[in-house]
Design a protein around this ligand. Structure first.
Ligand code: SF4
Length: 250
């Protein structure tokens, strides 16, 4: 089964297809589609007039806070189990150390629950001050590069690479028509009938201790694909509307 995605990105009209088998889908089954969408958008950005600074081998963003959707968090635990045993042990130990660091420093001193964008920004700045690197970063390379989170794929910058070392500019990125990471968060909330949730990546195992059973739930594939296409479509519309005042002002 398949559903069509139609959107414009970087002055191109795109017509992509989301596919799945007929079998019921678990939340983790949707993650590869999110990876493919994020990689596809990154490819479009690279083919456009944008000067994309990001490339494999750069780890400048790997000390910033990565937040994961519920499906990605559940999937990441599975994917870590694909690493060699000694590597798994090392990664889990480093996740544990980072989680301890987050919990010891909690709560962030700057917090504005009424303003979601500022909340996320201040979370990011607070996390940067903890001075931690991702538990998956090994010798300046991602241990799970092909299975890295969507946020690590879709966050692209176009400015001088040297500015990436300045945490104050970490929030600036190339504008995308939609965020596959946010779309998967919204999809999971829709399917599970919950609020939209995001998990701080260092707390992956802490969160999973109470939520791992959610990996067992499955949903009709047709429902998953339809809802996924709907949330992406809604995001595209919202982003178009959000850019109109800017365009008119210019
Ligand atoms: S998952 Fe990989 S790419 Fe993402 S922050 Fe960690 S090391 Fe970097």
């Amino acid at each position: 089964m398949a559903v069509e995605l139609n959107f414009s990105a970087f002055d191109r009209q795109c017509n992509w297809t989301l596919c799945a088998d007929d079998a019921p889908m678990k939340l983790t089954d949707v993650v590869p589609a999110g990876w493919a969408l994020a990689d596809g958008l990154a490819e479009l950005a690279r083919e456009s007039d944008e000067q994309v600074s990001c490339q494999k081998g750069c780890s400048a963003c790997c000390s910033y806070l990565a937040s994961l959707s519920v499906p990605e968090t559940l999937r990441l635990i599975d994917d870590i189990q694909s690493l060699p045993p000694d590597k798994q042990e090392d990664v889990r130990r480093r996740f544990g150390a980072n989680a301890d660091g987050v919990i010891a420093a909690w709560p962030p001193e700057q917090f504005d629950a009424a303003d979601q964008s500022r909340t996320f920004e201040s979370f990011g700045q607070w996390y940067s001050r903890l001075d931690m690197t991702c538990a998956l970063l090994d010798d300046d390379a991602c241990s799970l590069y092909d299975m890295r989170p969507i946020v690590c794929r879709e966050h692209l910058v176009s400015f001088d690479r040297r500015r990436c070392d300045d945490a104050r500019v970490a929030g600036e990125s190339i504008s995308m028509p939609f965020s596959p990471a946010v779309a998967i968060s919204a999809l999971a909330a829709d399917l599970e009938n919950t609020e939209i949730e995001a998990v701080m990546m260092p707390l992956t195992y802490v969160w999973a201790a109470d939520n791992s059973q959610r990996a067992d739930r499955s949903f009709p594939a047709e429902l998953v694909l339809d809802r996924f296409a709907q949330v992406i479509h809604s995001q595209c519309i919202e982003n178009i509307i959000a850019t109109v005042p800017t365009a008119l002002a210019g």
